[in-house]
Design a protein around this ligand. Structure first.
Ligand code: ASP
Length: 313
């Protein structure tokens, strides 16, 4: 059998066992398991890595626990502005949407932009107009109203801070977010995708690394597929996902060495907190992060499901 492999993340940050209840931990693990299983089933049935990435991310977007789709954080004005991107490692085609509202599954919009438009990145009202034309599912504001997210916004308003969902917030339940998936299919093709609500209390149309090809998402059959989560401004400036690929392509580093260099050395030197998931064309998977934890899962055709939340699991 040709190898297949898939990994997902649900955000990185100050994720501590001491601040987690057993019930919440179970919910997160169930959410991760459901999402990775949705992708794995597609790969097992000889489906494409692109389809697997989209399916896994849709599952995470539909789960209010994660900062993407339904569970997206609130902007300063109490709205949800969503970013997503997807890339096909075989063709190097890519699609992305930034700052869109009321889109149920931004990852599907990103894939539709890749496949049905002449463009890579569509933003705001124009992206929504395209979504309507393509009959992408929209949802009401109420669908996106999740109480703990609203509480996070009220808290951020009080302190006038723009907070990353994964940053420790005093007296908050510190929910983590942003979701991503990387996969290798039995045809030898890699794909990556990422989806997020961004930062609580963001304003002025702030866009992070998630919809930026090369920063938050990158895939190339010659090297690897990468999906990032963390403080977007640092990930943009470090061109993180492409940097991992470049270190493999131009410097001959292994996936592990490339990930370690970018996440634990270069990002740390800049002060950029976060992590990523990455997979190479042999199905090797790396899940590095420089924060306290990262919601993560992986499975391959020859290894069982691994689920991790905290450090050193
Ligand atoms: N990278 C995302 C952003 O900056 C946030 C996250 O990963 O939690 O928008």
């Amino acid at each position: 059998m040709q190898p297949f492999a898939i990994a997902i993340h649900g955000g990185a940050g100050t994720i501590l066992k001491s601040t987690m209840t057993p019930e919440k931990e179970t919910e997160y693990k169930q959410g991760l398991t459901a999402a990775i299983t949705a992708g794995e089933e597609i790969l097992r049935a000889n489906g494409t890595s692109l389809a697997a990435v989209e399916a896994a991310i849709r599952s995470l977007e539909n789960n209010p626990l994660f900062n993407a789709g339904r569970g997206a954080v609130f902007t300063h004005d109490g709205k949800n502005e969503l970013d997503a991107s997807i890339m096909d490692g075989k063709t190097l085609m890519a699609g992305a949407a930034a700052g869109v509202r009321n889109i149920k599954n931004p990852i599907t919009l990103a894939r539709t932009i890749m496949e049905k438009s002449e463009h890579v990145l569509l933003a705001g009202l124009g992206a929504m107009e395209f979504a309507e034309k393509m009959k992408i599912d929209f949802e009401s504001d109420e669908y996106f109203f999740v109480q703990h997210r609203y509480d996070q916004l009220l808290q951020a308003h009080q302190t006038d801070s723009i907070t990353l969902d994964h940053t420790q917030q005093p007296s908050s339940t510190n929910k983590k977010g942003t979701v991503g998936c990387v996969a290798l299919d039995v045809h030898g093709n890699l794909a990556a995708g990422t989806s997020t609500g961004g930062m609580t209390n963001k304003r002025y149309g702030r866009v992070g690394d998630t919809p930026m090809i090369g920063a938050g998402t990158y895939a190339n059959n010659a090297t690897c597929a990468v999906s990032c989560t963390g403080h977007g401004e640092f990930f943009i400036r470090s061109v993180v996902a492409y940097d991992v690929s470049c270190l493999m392509e131009y410097k001959g580093l292994t996936l592990k060495e490339a990930c370690d260099t970018v996440v634990n050395k270069k990002l740390v030197a800049l002060g950029g907190e976060g992590g990523l998931i990455a997979i190479d064309r042999y199905g090797n998977i790396e899940l590095p992060y420089n924060s306290e934890g990262m919601y993560r899962a992986k499975i391959t055709n020859h290894t069982p499901l691994y689920l991790g939340i905290y450090k050193d699991e």
